[in-house]
Write a protein that binds this ligand. Structure first.
Ligand code: GRF
Length: 223
């Protein structure tokens, strides 16, 4: 029997890695059958997601961004910041290339990626965002801030979105969305947890399977 083509996928994380865990579990259960997790890359050496990767036997890497220097007046030196960003992305690309990654999943990855980086991988980077885009997304909306904003606005329904990443923050083509009800008495923390359990951990594995299956199919057609 011909071996199934699995798309080599690198998962980029910064923290706890519960979305990474959902992907690991979906690969072992067979829900994801067209992707293999070839690397977990963290921009934070203490991220618990790295432990999850180790337990699952996935090669893991840390690529940390160095802090930009300050000007004598205390403001950030923008030239140095651009330099450090370029250095960080060069290192990231080096690791990605060394692992043979064909697809990249941002699963709670907090570092900003420049247009230079995203242009290298058109429709090959996917991200999970904890709201229904275009609500509560874009610059400054990450982590708990998204849920704080949803509660402050008073929406009754929120959710999560998986989308391709391009040069516009949270602006790439939407792959999947799932709605979650806001409940009376929700705090940002409670809502964050419900959005993860009911939406993020469900649609991220689904989206990875959809995108990798499409990649495998179009490769087979072009053979
Ligand atoms: C999730 O809410 C995700 O949507 C956001 O960051 C959080 C990461 O959680 N981008 P985890 O590291 O996957 O547990």
């Amino acid at each position: 029997m011909e071996k199934k083509r699995r798309i080599k996928t690198a998962v980029l994380i910064s923290g706890g890695g519960t979305n990474l865990q959902a992907l690991i579990d979906a690969v072992s259960s067979g829900e994801i059958e067209h992707a293999e997790l070839c690397a977990v890359i963290s921009d934070n050496k203490d991220a618990y997601g790295l432990v999850r990767a180790e337990k699952a036997g996935i090669p893991r890497y840390t690529v940390e961004k160095r802090k930009a220097e300050r000007n004598p007046d205390g403001s950030v030196n923008t030239e140095d910041r651009a330099l450090k960003q370029a250095e960080f992305e060069r290192e990231l690309v080096g690791v990605l290339e060394s692992t043979g990654a064909e697809l990249i999943v941002l699963a709670g990855f907090l570092a900003i990626l420049s247009e230079d980086f995203t242009k290298r991988y058109p429709e090959r980077i996917i991200n999970i965002h904890p709201s229904l885009i275009p609500s509560f997304c874009g610059k400054g909306y990450y982590g708990l801030k998204v849920h704080e904003a949803a509660l402050a606005y008073g929406v009754k329904v929120t959710g999560a979105t998986v989308h391709f990443v391009n040069e516009i923050p949270d602006g790439g083509r939407i792959i999947l969305q799932k709605a979650v009800y806001v409940k009376e008495g929700d705090t940002p923390e409670i809502l964050q947890r419900r959005v993860m359990e009911e939406a993020e951990w469900v649609i991220l594995p689904k989206a990875l399977e959809m995108v990798s299956a499409d990649m495998a199919k179009s490769e087979a057609l072009n053979r």
